[in-house]
Write a protein that binds this ligand. Structure first.
Ligand code: SF4
Length: 211
């Protein structure tokens, strides 16, 4: 069976394979990054609590009326590609009556404090898993959309076939690079503007030998 991949590892690999190498192969997480992660977890919990309160204040689903359902921290797994992930939020919009002509929409939300192109892989990954998730079969047919959120959801994007293709391609790339890293191949260091704020820059500028 293919090695299991967590969806959240895909944007790390896309951002920089060297960063992925430090995190996943060498299991090294700098203290500054741990602090930032802890801060992120607190912000996450606050967001989750607020969203639940908003959701609980909505009217109960009623026959024939539009309704919204919120899944938070939804765990998902795809056996085919052996992918796992936990989406921050999935909002199901549709009708309380699950009639075949209803158009239901799944909005997959990832909470991020700032935008980074690589995070799109995370959103596409959760959308991919939502589509494969057996528990969601009963809501089909539905359209899939994605959004980032910090305080609120600003913009909604459709999830399309070309997003899925790009996502699967990246997963395959990650899997084959991971195998090479395990054999001792270190990814090439390419200094770019993102290195300026990277917590691994000390390791990259010469400490490779010490690992
Ligand atoms: S310093 Fe640059 S090359 Fe090194 S891990 Fe960070 S982003 Fe990658």
């Amino acid at each position: 069976m293919n090695m299991a991949i967590r969806i959240s590892d895909v944007p790390v690999f896309d951002m920089c394979p060297v960063m992925y190498y430090f995190q996943k192969i060498k299991k090294y997480i700098p203290l500054e990054l741990i602090k930032r992660m802890n801060k992120g977890t607190l912000a996450h919990e606050k967001f989750e609590k607020e969203q639940k309160e908003i959701h609980d204040s909505l009217p109960e689903p009623e026959d024939g009326k539009p309704y919204i359902y919120l899944f938070q921290e939804q765990k998902m797994h795809d056996k085919e590609l052996n992918l796992t992930g936990r989406a921050d939020q999935i909002i199901l919009k549709g009708s309380a009556l699950n009639k075949p002509f209803d158009k239901r929409m799944f909005l997959v939300v990832d909470k991020k404090p700032r935008f980074n192109q690589s995070y799109l892989y995370q959103l596409w990954g959760y959308a991919y898993l939502s589509n494969k998730n057996e528990e969601f079969e009963k809501y089909k047919p539905f359209t899939l959309h994605t959004a980032f959120a910090y305080q609120t959801i600003d913009e909604i994007f459709p999830y399309e076939e070309h997003h899925e293709k790009k996502f699967i391609q990246k997963v395959n790339e990650l899997r084959s690079s991971h195998a090479k890293m395990l054999e001792g191949q270190i990814p090439k260091i390419l200094y770019t503007e993102k290195c300026a704020n990277c917590f691994y820059r000390d390791k990259c500028s010469g400490l490779f030998k010490e690992l």
